[in-house]
Design a protein around this ligand. Structure first.
Ligand SMILES: *Cc1c(COP(=O)(O)O)cnc(C)c1O
Length: 408
């Protein structure tokens, strides 16, 4: 997608990008400092509404809050989604602080500490078991606390999904219990006083190809149908993962949500209803829910020309937005969409290179981008910043102040 398409999604007002219903320069004045992250409630609501309109009614929508754990964002979404998935004890507290029912919270991820597992069992949330050690620790915590732990088994599938930005299932993995070991695990622990709700399969992340997502969902239902007979009770919870990607670069095409949806309707009405009639299917999304709703706003500190190449030096950088610099697991660095946010209607002028304020050539935000003639104090906006921004970046590097974050 081109930067202008992202501008259109937010809208413009008086020649400026509109964020949270106001012109960007007014928002920047209200925030009082740059750089900052802004997340747009209207766009969040629009995204949830699109998903609700297209997903089958029986499917529950879960927010994987590690994508954006800002408490205001989590709180806003908590009344709009059905479930929240957490990945640490701190995220668990943030999720429960929204007032969501504990049973609507799940906790996935390798290496949960014994203290986190006790916290989760005590709270009565769904602990997603990633290993034999975890199941033993959960049972011990339940005994100690005098409660029945609520769990699901996270399964490392016997298939891999192509086309994911990050593959998290298939082959050897630190995630989940290998599918072929699940029957034995259930034989051993199925009657150990656990409330085992069902299964979770998460095959991968940042996938833009609808047919591959649909295939992973079909194979997940097949896999879980085979495992279901080993559970002491019917499968009531079936977390199908998610992995819906968003277009980060100009070459990326948006995911065809209609195609994912029609395949999912077929699966839910067909195989799932026949073989797992009591299972509530869950789609768990992080970046697809929040990624496109956020911008990172920086101010130009300097404009300099070095041997014919023009640089805009901004007051933000990879310490707040590691992914945009190309250092968050990307094989090839490509520019994130970027505009001069206080002059989006101005005619494009020339190619400039936008760099951050860190002392490393890695701190590159836009390599040779065509922008309107921009100079000191202009506001450079990077799109697709609602997920894996601030909390996925090395904020302590160079000791600059933390950026503000606002939900507007
Ligand atoms: C990180 C994660 C997600 C969210 O991934 P996105 O690519 O942000 O949608 C979902 N489920 C699990 C188990 C995860 O670890």
């Amino acid at each position: 997608m081109k930067p202008q398409e992202h501008v259109a999604a937010f809208g413009t007002i008086g020649g400026e990008l509109r964020v949270g219903g106001m012109p960007l320069s007014r928002l920047a004045a209200r925030v009082g400092s740059t750089p900052f992250f802004a997340y747009d409630r209207g766009l969040l609501d629009r995204r949830v509404a699109e998903l609700r309109a297209l997903l089958p009614d029986r499917v529950e929508l879960s927010y994987a809050m590690k994508a954006n754990p800002m408490p205001a964002v989590v709180h806003h979404l908590s009344s709009r989604v059905d479930r929240i998935d957490v990945a640490s004890g701190l995220e668990l507290r943030t999720a429960l602080d929204t007032g969501i029912r504990p049973e609507a919270v799940s906790f996935a991820g390798p290496g949960k500490s014994p203290a986190e597992l006790r916290q989760a069992v005590a709270a009565g949330i769904v602990v997603e078991i990633e290993s034999r050690t975890e199941i033993e620790r959960v049972i011990a915590a339940g005994d100690e606390l005098g409660v029945t732990p609520v769990v699901a088994i996270r399964v490392n599938p016997d298939f891999a999904v192509k086309g994911s930005g990050m593959r998290m299932g298939g082959g050897p993995q630190q995630f989940g219990v290998d599918a072929e070991l699940v029957p034995e695990l259930l034989r051993e622990f199925g009657a150990a006083g656990l409330d085992i709700r069902g299964f979770h399969v998460f095959a991968g992340s940042q996938n833009l190809v609808a047919s591959i997502i649909a295939e992973a969902q079909r194979r997940t239902v097949d896999l879980v149908s085979g495992l279901a007979e080993h559970l002491p009770s019917p499968v009531r919870y079936l977390n199908l993962g998610g992995g819906f990607g968003i277009p980060y670069t100009e070459r990326d095409r948006p995911l065809e949500l209609e195609a994912v949806s029609s395949a999912l309707h077929e699966l839910v009405d067909g195989a799932l209803s026949e073989r797992l009639p009591e299972a509530v299917p869950v789609i768990e999304l992080g970046r697809y829910l929040v990624g496109e709703c956020g911008v990172y706003v920086t101010r130009v500190l300097d404009r300099k020309v070095s041997r014919g190449k023009t640089y805009l030096v901004v007051d933000g950088g990879m310490h707040h937005q590691l992914a945009a610099s190309g250092n968050f697991g990307q094989a090839i660095r490509r520019n994130y969409p970027l505009v001069v946010g206080n002059r989006v209607d101005a005619a494009e002028d020339d190619g400039v290179t936008v760099v951050g304020c860190l002392c490393t050539p890695l701190d590159l935000l836009g390599d040779d981008v065509v922008l309107p003639d921009a100079g000191i104090d202009d506001l450079i906006v990077i799109f697709q910043q609602g997920a894996y921004g601030l909390t996925a970046s090395p904020t302590a590097f160079l000791g600059h102040p933390a950026p503000a974050e606002v939900l507007v």
